[in-house]
Ligand binder design. Structure first.
Ligand SMILES: Cc1ncc(COP(=O)(O)O)c(C=O)c1O
Length: 439
């Protein structure tokens, strides 16, 4: 019988009772943007926070692996055969390149912790999941997040049924009075704020940076209210060399900060390598350990270990750049700073903003993103109009917010585009705003 003559199989019975997070728009937002981009291949897209393609042309995995194998032989005294085998076998859950990353964090960022305080993870995303899983032991524990926030932290919390509280960002950093009020409210309800997630150096999506005083006061509040700070440093490398601020973790004598990093931006995202620094002591029945030991235990039943091969690529890549994260990210940071400058300059030239427009654009000093507030609702219908009639795409901000606050905002990313595309894209965006948004 020909294949087409077969009777159609009965429809699958609908599955009910799936986890509630699967209904959450946060888990769908990335898929939705990819789908829109695929329908409008000629549109200029300010949506993806992906690396610039030019920065991926000189990635040389084999050379980096060889460099790392040398390191295993010269520095760790392995026989060449054993070094090679280490890349093909399962590896320790805590990682294979911890010493190289710990040395780089010490040297570049002043984060001085022992190798055993690090876990090498499958991207920053896994670091967030492991940290949340380990820290949140009670249903009454709440996670505070700077709002707007990276969808990855909100999504991970939702997967784990953790209650998430948004704390607004102001022009002076995180609204610490609001955070203190949330701590008090949680206590009154018989719970607590267990941790607060921030990205102090050029957040995604807002592009904001926490001023030094706000950083100090956040750590003091964490000490007073007994919560941990989850610091995500994905974009810190884009700061201009004379303008970099130390990460929170570099000035953390009270060990309040769990620091999360990634090679997705300073290296390349396909490696799927990130790390978490967790030097907090934890009392267990077997004695005192570090939080990193507990994260490694969680990881042993999530992804078992981060691929030794991609760790070798990233480790060798770091060594090739003198063991320095700053050096590894230098050329990339220059390109992203140039793109950000081109984007903000083009917005200034083409938008011709007047106070009556109701359009507001922020001016980040680093990172990949610019935020725009419009006098209308920014939703998927408006995005479709922008894509179909004007050939320009951007990201609606609503999924990044925990309240309605983002309903009139969009995010523009500059990372993926060339100067000409940025110029043309902003011209199209200006047409779109002129015709569809302004009164
Ligand atoms: C704030 C933030 N954290 C982390 C990451 C990267 O996560 P990963 O290392 O899992 O790719 C991103 C990437 O978009 C991000 O924007």
């Amino acid at each position: 019988m020909a294949r087409t003559d077969r009777p159609a199989p009965p429809p699958l019975r609908e599955l009910d009772g799936l986890h509630g997070s699967l209904d959450d728009p946060v888990l769908r937002s990335i898929g939705f943007l990819n789908e829109v981009m695929s329908r409008y291949p000629d549109a200029i897209s300010f949506a993806p926070g992906a690396p610039h393609p030019d920065l991926l042309t000189d990635v040389e995995p084999q050379a980096y692996v060889d460099r790392f194998l040398d390191h295993l032989v010269q520095e760790r005294g392995l026989k060449p055969r054993d070094a090679r085998r280490a890349l093909y076998e399962y590896g320790p859950s805590r990682g294979l390149v911890n010493d190289i990353v710990a040395a780089a964090l010490r040297r570049d960022h002043g984060i001085d912790v022992p190798d055993r305080a690090l876990v090498i993870t499958v991207g920053a995303q896994e670091a967030m999941l492991l940290t949340l899983r380990a820290l949140f032991g009670s249903a009454t524990d709440r996670l505070a997040v700077a709002s707007p926030s990276f969808a990855g932290i909100i999504g991970a919390a939702r997967l784990l049924d953790i209650e998430v509280i948004g704390v607004e960002e102001t022009d002076d950093g995180l609204d610490l009075a609001a955070l203190a009020a949330e701590c008090a409210a949680a206590r009154r309800a018989g719970g607590r704020i267990r941790a607060c997630y921030v990205a102090p150096d050029f957040a995604n999506p807002a592009g904001s940076r926490m001023p030094p005083g706000n950083r100090r006061r956040l750590l003091a509040l964490a000490e007073r209210e007994d919560f941990l700070v989850l610091e995500d440093n994905a974009y810190g490398f884009t700061a201009a060399p004379h303008d970099a601020l130390p990460p929170l973790k570099a000035e953390d004598p009270g060990r309040r900060v769990v620091h999360i990093g990634t090679f997705a931006k300073v290296g390349f995202p396909g490696a799927r390598v990130g790390y978490v620094v967790a030097d907090q002591p934890v009392a267990t029945s077997a004695g005192s350990v570090l939080l990193a030991d507990e994260l490694a235990a969680v990881k042993s039943v999530v992804t078992v270990n981060t691929s030794p091969l991609t760790q070798a690529v990233v480790g060798g890549m770091l060594l090739e750049h003198g063991g320095s994260l700053r050096e590894l990210g230098r050329r990339k940071a220059e390109l992203y700073r140039r793109n950000l400058r081109l984007l903000t300059d083009a917005l200034d030239r083409h938008l011709d903003l007047g106070p009556a427009d109701g359009i507001h654009v922020n001016r980040p000093e680093g990172g990949f993103f610019v935020l725009m507030r419009l006098p209308v609702r920014v939703d998927t219908a408006l995005l479709e109009t922008s894509a179909a009639r004007y050939g320009v795409l951007w990201t609606p901000m609503a999924p990044f917010h925990l309240t309605e606050a983002g309903a009139d905002q969009l995010r523009l990313s500059c990372s993926y585009l060339d100067p000409r595309q940025i110029e043309t894209g902003v011209r199209r965006l200006a047409d779109f705003l002129r015709n569809e948004v302004r009164a």
